[in-house]
Structures are given as structure tokens and as C-alpha cells.
Design a protein around this ligand. Structure first.
Ligand code: NOJ
Length: 741
């Protein structure tokens, strides 16, 4: 009886064939308005609530029967962590057939670097400087997930991170607002495509709004204190870019900003996001971040927390149930909450509408398509492609790399050479260890039949035990070259995985020192989710490859680079410090009134640390050499509203073909507020054969020079600028121009 009733009502609301998602906006609005008019307060609050499924599901869909009951009674609008075509279909059937209005559920999931095919961590992909390939990773993620019943990805994380202690630095695009914005757009477009209602796309989420990456001391969840100017110039640009790109959702951060938790930050969410930027998608809280406002000490009760979040523009509450449990009583006391509840419901229904769920609530839960597309061979091919492009060559003394694949013996030493968990990193979604090709396997597949590959762990990733050193030394001594695979375990970066030291854990550095003593060339393959500060390693080992956590195809991708089948072209999207004491360290800092001078005592520096980073932002070597020459501008000055062209000649002066990421920076020499010493404004990646030259042209528009001036107006100020082009933020040719009124 109940099912028949629900079906009837659902049919009445959506019409027999459902709304056509291609209809114009007013049709969408009319549909949603009419639905809202039929909803009770409980049903609206239900739409505003999201519960989690369980990883180990014992019954149909979810073990927690209270979630099923909430779904049945229209008091739940969304699940996260209910995965797979079959399970999502079962849950959807309950919502559609058994709840009074039959409003479909929206299923969300964290697919930070892939659904079932695991790609490099986002920080690694950002090192590829290849927006088309970054977008493709997102497209494949959406393709696999959308076949498996998932509608909504809690990615991209677009938090700027200037503190490598913060474990979640691995989830973003690094330290630069401009590059972070480019990557944010590529990812949003990759997940969402042109049309959210397409079977092959999912809704994306820009998170964590905002400045979660600025956690004090790099300790996850910690407070942030940020001026509005700094917020707008450094932390908000990737969010604004995501909003402009049409991202469907935003997620609040866990952090408080200048005393106000992000979940209750009306200035951020209502004023900046929804009003200034005109964002009309939905805002979801982070996991229980509404309820956690009682722990922040800004709400005395759950009811107060719910009211604060609602007032600030948080549309959907993840996991904690303060909305469904308390907003009815709050509404009785304050009738103005009704319009806020309606507004939140409207935004949530709007995303469901755009996904086409009212048209066909089961369209994404397709077991046949799921079996066909998930872990498709082509996806693994892409995983290898983007993985090799994400590798950064940090050192290559005496051209140690590439290795000759016909060496007599190669010793592969280190605790990560055979690890299948670490390449998947954290947030591995449906990634499986069984699908990982390890580094050892990758090397074995790449070498000639006469090459012997010897292997020993030497030590564990994080232990003081050196008993394995002896065997490792024995093998290393026999070999012609040593590949030392060291770094951080998967669970040393990611959420709640901040570190106070960012060196090599355990006795891995001692292992490297022991290997170096054998006199054999030591090639370090570094696997890590954050910059690692370990000067001895960088300064003494013969070659160092920054390989991050590269996903399922780690082994083949690393072997491609080790043996020169691919000439590495990755560039750091984040500064690598020499020591923790230098943090925060980033390239686009201010000059101060006493810029560093080695000989001058009264300049900015540490007395016990060499000045500057181990490796600067934008840095990365190649197996070939590049030379920049003839930096020229098309004119010495230009006016507001106009642009200038910067030309430079790039030549491959080495012996092998290679790609270079040519970077463009500017410096505003005198502003109404102090300006960074460098700001990235563009890049071009190009492939050149040995001896080949190419002239690169960059265009700088006057509007590219805007910043938040002394009166908090976003504008470009006339005056002198320096312009720089080069191979990293620390190796640049320069010229200058004037911006006129
Ligand atoms: C907490 C994390 O901060 C957020 O990024 C994630 O999307 C949610 N948990 C859901 O898993």
C-alpha cells in the first residue's frame, strides 16, 4: 500500500516521463518550487541530511537500520560511502518507492585520485604541469564512479598548502594560488564534463572552504588566523576558479578562521561564495563539522550549532544529525528560518535535478556498465602516462640516470620497493593492492634478460631495526647500480596524518648512508605524500627522483624514467625545505624591508640554517639541458585594459629530446600594499629535440596584475613591474615594463 502511494506521489510530482533536464532554468525552478510546496519541514530537513553507509555492509545497503528508516520516512537526502551499482540501487529503491515523495537520494564519495583505477596523488599530478592529463584522470574517475552508482565526488580539494607538515598537502595542487586555480578548473571540468546529467559525469566539490590548509603549525584541524587580504589573495582564488567553472558543490572546512568555524562562517559562505561569486550549487558541511561547533566552543548545544550552520549558508549536514533533530524546534522559535531551510532544500534538489535523478533515479546504478568500465585497461594506461609525467628529477650527478637496462646487476633496496599499499596512498577509494605494479616489478619488466635484479628491504619504513642492513649491503656491493626506494608509508600523509618532522622516517637515512659507502651509484626513488626535508640525501646521493605516491602503475612509470624510456619533465608544485624550522616556506613571499644578504647580519635569515629552500617551487631537472635567451617585450609599457607580450627563445641544448615547463612570473615593484617578490602568471610546456629552438610568447593582461589594494579593491595599479621567465622560480631571466593608467 505504502509503496503504491509513494510511487503515485512520485509520478505526480515528476510527471510520467520526468522532467527534461535540457529544459530551460525556469522549468527547473518551477519543478523544484512545486516539489518544495509539497514538502513537510521534516522532509526538507531530511534532504538537508547526509548519513554514512558502512564499509562492511552486512545487510542490504547499510548495516545501520536507522539510516534505512530515515530514508523510508523521507528524513534522509543523501548517503556517502554507499558504493557500487547494486547497493546504491537498493538504497535508491527505498527512497523512491517507500518515502512519501519519492525524492531520489544523492550518493557522495571521496575519490581524491581515482575511483577503482588509482592515479597519482593530486600533489603529484600537479607536478606534471599537464592540465589535459589531469583533466583526463578526473574524467576517468567520473566514468568509473558514475557507473557504480556514485553521483557526487568530494573532490577536488583546492586548499593552498604552504606547510608540508600538514598531512593533507598530498590532496591538493601545492602552494601557488594561480597554479592551484588552473588545476582546480581542470579537475572540476574533468569530473563534471559539459553536462551533469550525462551518464559519465559526477558532481564535483571544491573543498575545504576555506583556508583549511593554513592550519597553525600544519597540525590537521587546527585553527587559522588569516587577514582578509591574505585570504582573498592566497587561499580563495582556487575556490573562486572552481565556482566560475560551475562546480556543483562546496564543502566547509573543519577549521575556525579568525575565531569562527568555517561551517558557521557567514561572511565566507553567504557573503563571498553565494553573493559575491554567485554560487548557486549546494554547500555541504564536513564530517560532523556542524556538531563539532560545540567542541569549538561557539555553540552550547547541538541545536545552537545547527542554527549557526544554517544561518551561515551550510545547506547539507554530513553525518551528524543536528539539522534533522533540532531545526524544527529552532524554527518554532524563529520563523525566519523557514526561508533558509527552503533555500537550502532548493539548492540540494537543484543538484539532484541537474544530475537527472528526477528523470531516472537509477541511471547511474548500472551493474553492466560498472563491470565494463571499472578498471578498464585504458584507464591503467592513462595511470602510467600521468604517473611518469608526475615524477620530478631532483638530482642527477654525473648523469647517473638514465640507467642502462643492460647492466649486469641492479640492487633494488629499501622498504618501499615491494610495497603495494603505499603507491595507492590515502583516499584510495576502491583501489586494490592487487592491481599495483610495484617498483621491483616495474624494474624487472624493464631490464634486459641478462640483467639480474637483486632485492632487499634493508629496513622497515618506520622502525629503528637495522638488522636488515647486512643483507642489503651484501647485495649492493655486487651490483652495478643501486636503486634505493625509501620514503613515507601511505598512512603518513592524508587526513589526520600531520608530522612534526618531515624527514625520512626510521633508519632509512642510515640505510642510504650505508649504501653510499659501498661506492656504487645510489639512485634514490623517493615515495612520499609531502615534501621531505633530508639534506644529506639530496646532497650526497647520485640521483634522486621525487615520485610521490603514484598509484597503480607506479612501478612501470618509475621504470620508464629510470631507464630513459621517458625523459622526466615534472616540476615541483611546492617548495621543499631544508628543515622544519623554515616552515612556512613558499616562493611568493614578501621581500621584507631587509631582504636576505649573506654578509649582512641585519637581514632576514636564520643563524643556524642555510638560507632558502632545498628545492624551489617550479624546480625539476631533465635528461637534457634547456637554455633561455632573447627575453623581449613587444612594448615597454601598456595601459589598463590592454596587454603586453613577452617573448623568449627556448633551446634544447642537450643530447636527447625533452619537455620543458617554461614559467612566467611578475613582480609589482611598488604597490599600495606590499607585494610578493614573485607571482606565477603563466607557463607553457613544450617538447624540443636536441638543438631545436622555439620562441614562446606569453600574454600578460593588465587584469592579470590585479590584487586587493589598500582599500580592499581588486585592481591593478599603474607602475613598474619586473617580468621573469625561466625554468624554476629560482632560475629566471628578467625584464621590466610599466603599467600606465
Ligand atoms: C572528512 C574530510 O575532511 C573530507 O575531505 C571528506 O570529504 C569527508 N571526511 C568525507 O569522507
Amino acid at each position: 500500500m505504502r509503496i503504491m502511494f509513494a510511487t503515485l506521489i512520485f509520478g505526480l510530482i515528476i510527471g510520467c516521463s520526468g522532467p527534461d533536464p535540457t529544459q530551460n532554468l525556469s522549468a527547473k525552478e518551477a519543478f523544484i518550487d512545486s516539489l518544495i510546496n509539497k514538502m513537510t519541514i521534516e522532509e526538507k530537513l531530511g534532504q538537508m541530511s547526509q548519513s554514512t553507509g558502512h564499509w562492511e555492509m552486512t545487510g542490504p545497503v547499510v548495516a545501520d537500520s536507522s539510516n534505512l528508516e530515515l530514508t523510508r520516512t523521507g528524513r534522509l537526502g543523501s548517503f556517502l560511502n554507499v558504493i557500487g551499482a547494486e547497493r546504491t540501487r537498493i538504497a535508491q529503491e527505498i527512497a523512491v518507492n517507500e518515502s512519501r515523495l519519492g525524492i531520489p537520494l544523492i550518493f557522495g564519495y571521496d575519490m581524491i585520485h581515482g575511483y577503482a583505477t588509482t592515479f597519482p596523488i593530486p600533489l603529484a599530478e600537479a607536478a606534471s604541469w599537464d592540465l589535459a592529463l589531469i583533466k583526463k584522470s578526473a574524467e576517468i574517475t567520473a566514468l568509473e564512479a558514475s557507473a557504480s552508482g556514485i553521483h557526487w565526488n568530494f573532490a577536488p580539494m583546492v586548499d593552498i598548502a604552504r606547510d608540508p607538515r600538514w598531512g593533507r598537502i598530498m590532496e591538493g595542487a601545492g602552494e601557488d594560488p594561480w597554479w592551484g586555480s588552473q588545476v582546480a578548473v581542470a579537475r572540476v571540468k574533468g569530473y563534471q564534463g559539459e553536462d551533469l546529467s550525462s551518464l559519465e559525469t559526477v558532481a564535483a566539490t571544491a573543498k575545504h572552504f576555506a583556508a583549511y590548509g593554513a592550519a597553525e603549525g600544519g597540525r590537521d584541524y587546527n585553527s587559522t588566523e588569516i587577514s582578509e587580504r591574505n585570504l582573498r589573495e592566497v587561499y580563495l582564488p582556487p575556490f573562486e576558479a572552481a565556482s566560475d567553472a560551475g562546480v556543483a558543490a562546496f564543502m566547509n572546512g573543519f577549521n575556525d578562521i579568525n575565531g569562527i568555524p568555517a561551517t558557521a562562517h557567514d561572511f565566507l559562505v553567504k557573503q563571498i561564495l553565494k553573493t559575491e561569486w554567485g554560487f548557486n550549487g549546494l554547500v555541504v558541511s564536513d564530517w560532523a563539522s556542524v556538531q563539532e561547533m560545540t567542541d569549538h566552543g561557539i555553540a552550547a548545544t547541538d541545536a545552537e550549532a545547527a542554527a549557526l550552520a544554517l544561518e551561515a549558508g551550510c545547506d547539507m549536514e554530513m553525518v551528524s544529525k543536528t539539522y534533522i533533530n533540532h531545526l524544527t524546534e529552532k524554527l518554532a522559535l524563529n520563523p525566519s528560518y523557514l526561508s533558509m531551510i527552503d533555500e537550502a532544500t532548493r539548492r540540494i534538489l537543484g543538484v539532484k535535478y541537474d544530475l537527472g535523478l528526477f528523470d531516472d533515479p537509477y541511471k547511474y546504478s548500472d551493474s553492466v556498465r560498472e563491470a565494463r568500465v571499472v578498471r578498464h585497461n585504458d584507464h591503467f594506461k592513462h595511470a602510467r602516462e600521468i604517473a611518469k609525467r608526475s615524477i620530478v628529477l631532483l638530482e642527477n650527478r654525473n648523469n647517473t640516470l638514465p640507467l642502462n637496462p643492460n647492466l649486469r646487476k641492479i640492487a633494488v633496496i629499501g622498504p618501499l620497493a615491494t610495497d603495494t599499499e603505499t603507491p595507492l596512498a590515502t583516499w584510495s577509494a576502491q583501489g586494490r593492492q592487487a592491481d599495483v605494479t610495484t617498483i621491483l616489478e616495474g624494474i624487472k619488466l624493464a631490464v634486459g634478460t641478462d640483467t639480474k635484479v637483486l632485492q632487499a628491504d634493508g629496513c622497515e619504513i618506520n622502525s629503528q631495526d637495522k638488522s636488515g642492513f647486512k643483507k642489503a649491503r651484501g647485495l649492493a656491493k655486487q651490483a652495478d647500480a643501486i636503486v634505493a626506494v625509501v620514503g613515507e608509508h601511505a598512512l603518513m600523509s592524508g587526513e589526520a596524518l600531520s608530522r612534526a618532522d618531515i624527514d625520512l622516517p626510521g633508519v632509512q637515512l642510515d640505510l642510504l648512508k650505508m649504501l653510499k659507502e659501498t661506492g656504487k651509484p645510489v639512485v634514490v626513488v623517493l615515495m612520499n605524500g609531502r615534501p621531505i626535508a633530508e639534506p644529506w640525501m639530496y646532497e650526497n646521493c647520485d640521483a634522486v627522483l621525487e615520485t610521490w605516491h603514484l598509484g597503480v602503475q607506479s612501478g612501470p612509470a618509475i621504470a620508464d624514467v629510470l631507464f630513459g624510456h621517458y625523459n622526466p619533465a615534472g616540476k615541483l608544485p611546492v617548495t621543499i625545505p631544508r628543515s622544519v624550522g623554515q616552515i612556512p616556506i613558499y616562493y611568493n613571499h614578501k621581500n621584507t624591508g631587509r631582504a636576505f644578504e649573506a654578509q649582512d647580519r641585519y637581514t632576514t635569515k636564520y643563524i643556524d640554517e642555510q638560507h632558502g629552500p632545498q628545492y624551489p617551487f617550479g624546480y625539476g631537472l631533465s635528461y637534457t639541458e634547456f637554455t633561455y635567451s632573447n627575453l623581449m617585450l613587444d612594448k615597454p609599457s601598456f595601459h589598463q585594459g590592454d596587454s603586453i607580450i613577452v617573448n623568449v627563445t627556448l633551446t634544447n641544448t642537450g643530447d636527447v629530446p625533452g619537455e620543458e615547463v617554461a614559467q612566467l612570473y611578475v613582480r609589482d615593484l611598488a604597490g599600495s600594499v606590499t607585494r610578493p617578490i614573485l607571482e606565477l602568471k603563466g607557463f607553457q610546456k613544450l617538447m624540443l629535440d636536441p638543438g631545436e629552438s622555439s620562441t614562446i610568447a606569453f600574454t600578460i593582461k593588465a587584469e592579470d596584475l590585479r590584487f586587493w589594494d589598500r582599500n580592499m579593491k581588486f585592481k591593478s595599479e599603474p607602475g613598474m613591474f619586473k617580468v621573469f621567465v625561466g625554468t624554476s622560480s629560482a632560475d629566471l631571466s628578467e625584464s621590466e615594463f610599466t603599467l600606465l593608467d
